[in-house]
Ligand binder design. Structure first.
Ligand SMILES: Nc1ncnc2c1ncn2[C@@H]1O[C@H](COP(=O)(O)OP(=O)(O)OP(=O)(O)O)[C@@H](O)[C@H]1O
Length: 253
């Protein structure tokens, strides 16, 4: 069996004096969808931001503990945070394509900046690959050069996913990617997440337990900064070990 893609050990995070992630440890197996669920304010987004060092951009945040990515401690002094962010991609709650750039250029910008391709043909192939993986190619292949602003909300979110995929990440983090989408657009993203996991494991934050149940292989339940429970999704949902998880699943907290 493949080792975990990520191992989090005794992770603690503060914003100034406020302790928001409390001694959290878990492993994310390769080729899986791993859901981080919990009520509003439980620390899900903060924890996610620490997993690819985006949290470094928050001046008031302080992180202690370890995050091993394929065995490399991403907080070790000799590790370059930009390398970490390139290898561990991120998709946010609000789709964030550059509105004035074309659909093509939104996907191409990362590979160009990182000199991942030698010529236009390779770039065209990479853009097509990323758009296909993001289930968007068929809808946009005849209008690759129109501005991204012309797309629907769901399409913009899939474009954000294509942009992240174009950097060929080893792992993808998603922070409530369907929070602003209608049910049809949500379903597409959920199908896409499931189809990607064989190639790219995904950690997804959700405040919706049904979504975690539908798409994830493993679920972690976070409550007031503490990891209450983690395990295979089917087990967490059918036989929660903690009363708190049970109450959350019954919508009592
Ligand atoms: N930049 C910040 N500075 C100070 N406190 C913050 C900051 N970001 C978040 N917090 C606080 O940290 C705690 C955890 O927030 P976080 O956004 O990680 O929770 P969450 O579970 O993702 O919530 P939600 O589902 O509402 O997004 C909250 O109390 C929040 O107010």
């Amino acid at each position: 069996m493949a080792g975990p893609v990520l191992r989090v050990e005794n992770l603690n995070i503060w914003y100034s004096e406020k302790h928001v992630v409390k001694n959290v440890s878990f492993e994310v197996p390769d080729r899986s969808v791993f859901a981080l669920m919990g009520p509003s304010g439980s620390g899900k987004s903060t924890l996610l931001r620490a997993l690819n060092r985006i949290i470094d951009l928050y001046e008031e945040a302080r992180v202690e503990g370890h995050v091993y990515f394929d065995g490399i401690d991403i907080y070790a002094p000799d590790v370059d945070p930009t390398w970490v962010r390139r290898r561990i991609g991120m998709v946010f709650q609000h789709p964030n394509p550059f509105p004035h750039l074309s659909i093509y250029d939104n996907v191409a910008i990362g590979p160009r900046l990182n000199r991942m391709v030698k010529n236009k043909k390779e770039l065209d192939e990479l853009v097509r690959w990323a758009l296909e993986k993001a289930f968007l190619w068929d809808e946009v292949k005849d209008r690759l050069h129109v501005p991204a602003a012309k797309l629907s909300g769901g399409q913009k979110q899939r474009l954000s996913i294509a942009r992240a995929l174009a950097l060929k990440p080893r792992l993808l983090l998603m922070d409530e990617p369907t929070a602003n989408l209608d049910p049809v657009a949500t379903e597409k993203i959920e199908e896409l997440v499931i189809s990607l996991k064989k190639e790219i494991p995904i950690i997804i934050v959700t405040h919706n337990p049904q979504q975690a149940a539908r798409i994830s292989d493993y679920t972690a339940f976070l409550y007031m900064g503490e990891l209450v429970e983690v395990g295979p999704t089917s087990r967490v949902f059918t036989e929660p070990r903690s009363k708190l998880t049970e109450r959350y699943l019954l919508r009592q907290i």
